[in-house]
Design a protein. Structure first.
Ligand code: NI
Length: 227
């Protein structure tokens, strides 16, 4: 499932994240690449343990914590610390690759299985040319370029790329989520059920059928969740 989550960052949070990343020391993006993606990758990143990455990452995590849509779509168990990349000038592209299945936190040794990938845009589309996130999966090929503060959530198992930025700079936060529900089909079913129940509750209130359906949602989640 590909899900656009609008306005994950408030205007203030976005401005603060932009201010922090603008003043950061950027490094070669291949520091976090695997052996295949190393050849495809040519961008910039803020090193994960740099103060700027931690500070801006905390802003992203706080915003995620307030997003009900993110929670119901991802059912997050663990989130690998948000990182930041920049595509500009001669470091402007990331060709086709699949994200590593497991990420290991260098300082703690803790593993995160990457069920979902996320990109949260910090640059406005008008600030750069090119730089589309192109995602290929069973739903076909999708090209994504979102307003600053918006986020795209997509299967980490998909082949994806960022097309060359030919003008300006594209700054974004990227991170991975291990879900409580590992199977994407089950996550999709739970998401559809949850959104439908919300719609029914809005229209009908808490009728006995809505209450029972809500029970079905939670009992399915109980059956499938590895919390
Ligand atoms: Ni990737």
């Amino acid at each position: 499932m590909l899900l656009h989550i609008p306005e994950v960052l408030s205007r203030d949070a976005l401005n603060e994240a932009r201010r922090i990343t603008a003043g950061a020391a950027w490094a070669d993006g291949r520091i976090t690449a695997g052996t295949q993606s190393e050849k495809a990758k040519n961008n910039l990143q803020i090193p994960i343990d740099a103060p700027a990455s931690r500070k801006a990452g905390a802003i992203v995590l706080e915003a995620l914590g307030r997003s009900a849509l993110f929670f119901t779509a991802a059912l997050p168990r663990r989130i690998f610390p948000p990182q930041f990349n920049c595509y500009r000038g001669g470091t402007n592209v990331f060709d086709n690759h699949v994200d590593n299945a497991v990420r290991t936190h260098a300082s703690t040794g803790r593993h995160v299985r990457t069920d979902l990938s996320a990109t949260l845009f910090l640059s406005e589309p008008a600030e750069y040319e090119g730089g589309e996130l192109v995602i290929e999966d069973i739903f076909g090929t999708q090209s994504v370029k979102l307003p600053a503060g918006d986020m795209i959530l997509y299967p980490a198992s998909s082949v994806h790329r960022v097309t060359p930025v030919t003008h300006g700079a594209r700054v974004a936060s990227f991170f991975w989520i291990e879900s409580m529900v590992r199977d994407g089909g089950r996550r999709r079913l739970l998401f559809d059920l949850d959104m439908s129940i919300l719609g029914l509750r809005d229209r009908l209130g808490d009728t006995s059928e809505v209450v029972r359906l809500t029970g079905c949602y939670h009992n399915l989640l109980r059956m499938w969740a590895n919390a």
